[in-house]
Design a protein around this ligand. Sequence first.
Ligand code: FE
Ligand code: FE
Ligand code: ZN
Length: 276
Amino acid sequence: MNIGSHLSASKGYLHMAKEAVSIGANTFQFFTRNPRGGSAKKIDENDIQKFLEYTSEHGFAPILAHAPYTLNACSADEKVRDFAFTAMSDDLLRMEYTPNQMYNFHPGSHVGQGAEKGIELIAGLLNRVLTPQMTTTVLLETMAGKGSEIGRSFEELREIIDKTELSDKLGVCLDTCHVYDAGYDIVNDLDGVLEKFDKVLGLGRLKAIHLNDTKNPFESHKDRHEKIGEGHLGLDAVTRIINHPALKDLPFFLETPNDVDGYAREIALLKSLREK
Ligand code: FE
Ligand code: FE
Ligand code: ZN
């Protein structure tokens, strides 16, 4: 199975790839820069070269870069929107050092301006940063609907995609904690949720899964991740998710509250739950 966890980027790309292998993973997720913003570390081309060799030798699945949480494409504050533009365009340039990978971001919070305005601003940013030449797939993450978050429904993501000119560069990352929190019942009706996803977005857009349990009950809109099997999704639902024919070949990324050893244990557990 294609599985990885969130890892610290502080020691570079090769280090992350080796750490992934050491915990039984064949991919990983990392922050492109400090999750609360700030500037990114300079690209070390030697590190990148070694990373590319190592990951091709070890048959890695695509890796997933995550934009900082503070990136809000639809803030009411122009300075915050400017940061979103600067950070994302810089991230996407850096991503081309590792071609054909994925970049995930939270669409944003409209902070009272309304979802329509928010969606317009998000698509507006994408229309400035996406280029026909880029090899990276940019993923919109499904959100829990905390506060004024955009992306609480498949329809909102659809609208962003429809308003984006180079929409062939876009995909979706489904976060299992977030969608359950948002009111998609993947515990009792996984098939129904995936049918809805297919109808609204098309399953072809689904490029990655954030595999998390949740601390809160259905439709809480809280976004608090829990360890695999220890939350309101539970191990049976997680087992159905990782084995579902529409999902099983996608890369799964753990964002559970764990240190690296905890991730290793969850990866071993999940592999043991895979149907042969
Ligand atoms: Fe996220
Ligand atoms: Fe997530
Ligand atoms: Zn989350």
